[in-house]
Write a protein that binds this ligand. Structure first.
Ligand code: MN3
Length: 354
């Protein structure tokens, strides 16, 4: 490993740097530079700080592939920087494609860069497409666990706590994505991500709730045949596959046991109770900067919910309002995305302080 980066969790960054001994380490939070420097001083590891440093290190000559895992809009700039330098991308930051999918996929094409999905559903689709060359895809089904509030109604959701929302039934993930799973916005963002990754029309993408989270997604081909990718819900596999494609590395990951899961079930997502999914489809259909508005409003709303400033049901309210009120632009440039993001954050924050 050449470079390891982290946001503000210095302890974990130092621990990982000592384990993997990269040549360079970057901490995004500049206030923590000296702590990291001191800890790694005698290992000969170069240490930098700040977002600009991240944008620079991804262009280093020694690097072949960049795993982009910064959460939210914040991951966009460094991903673009890596693509411009011709680095292959293993994409864990779905917001990059949600916010600026058209721009990013076009840029990647121009620079001969492949984007390998890390998101488990997209990794599943990617794995199902291996060997299918130009066989036409009829549609894809993204599977959803339904999150911690599957089957609940609006009166119940009105009073759910942060702690309840953070308790995901199947996946162990960061706070932002776990709340997104509870509102079903995560699936909405993934629908948009899939559109750009696999060059699909909106009507070719469907969502099906599969509470066991064993089937990670499904491709249906033009002849009606369906392929699914299965496994225990653990991010280690999709991360590894993005790094080793087209090869499969021997692993000791826990194996699936059929008798632990004698029944698989499927149901329609409850779009009435969880309007975020519908809002995401709406933003995708409208195109332009709509998904950028959707994402920024969601980031602000989720962060406010995590700070106990708003209730759970206010999250889709804020996003819906932002989609209506923030200026629409049909053909945004990179600067337009940056402006839309800033404008939407201001608008959504205004709705929270009210
Ligand atoms: Mn996912």
């Amino acid at each position: 490993m050449e470079v390891l980066t982290g946001g503000k969790n210095v302890d974990l960054l130092i621990q990982q740097a000592l384990e993997f001994l990269p040549n360079t380490v970057v901490i995004a939070d500049e206030r923590k530079l000296n702590v990291v420097k001191n800890a790694l001083f005698d290992k000969g590891i170069k240490v930098f700080a700040g977002n600009e440093a991240i944008e620079q290190v991804v262009q280093m000559e020694e690097i072949d592939l960049v795993l982009t895992a910064i959460v939210g809009f914040a991951g966009l700039a460094s991903t673009i920087s890596a693509i411009k330098a011709g680095k292959q991308i293993a994409l864990a930051n779905k917001e990059t494609l949600v916010v600026a999918g058209e721009f990013v996929t076009k840029l990647a094409q121009e620079h001969g860069v492949n984007i390998y999905p890390v998101d488990s559903e997209h990794s599943a689709i990617f794995q199902c497409l291996v060997g299918e060359f130009h066989n036409p895809v009829e549609k894809i089904y993204l599977t959803a666990s339904g999150g911690p509030f599957r089957g609940k109604d609006i009166p119940y959701l009105a009073s759910v706590s942060k702690a309840q929302a953070l308790r995901h039934p199947n996946w162990d993930m960061g706070a932002k994505i776990t709340i997104d799973s509870a509102t079903l916005m995560n699936k909405g963002l993934e629908v948009i991500e899939a559109k750009w990754l696999f060059h699909l029309q909106p009507e070719q993408i469907d969502v099906i709730v599969h509470p066991q989270s064993i089937i990670h997604s499904i491709v249906q081909f033009k002849d009606g045949s369906m392929k699914a990718q299965m496994g225990l819900p653990d991010m280690k596999l999709p991360i590894q596959y993005a790094l080793t494609y087209p090869h499969r590395l021997t692993s000791t990951f826990k194996r699936f046991n059929f008798l632990d899961y004698p029944l698989f079930s499927f149901e329609q997502p409850d779009k009435k109770t969880f309007p975020c999914l519908e809002l995401a489809f709406h933003a995708m259909n409208k195109g332009g900067n709509m998904a950028c508005i959707l994402n920024a409003a969601n980031e602000i709303a989720v962060s406010a919910f995590l700070q106990d400033k708003i209730g759970f049901l206010k999250i889709p309210d804020i996003i819906g309002e932002a989609l209506q009120k923030v200026n629409y632009s049909a053909k945004p440039s990179y600067e337009d995305y940056v402006n839309t993001d800033r404008e939407t954050r201001k608008f959504a924050s205004g709705m929270i302080s009210k």
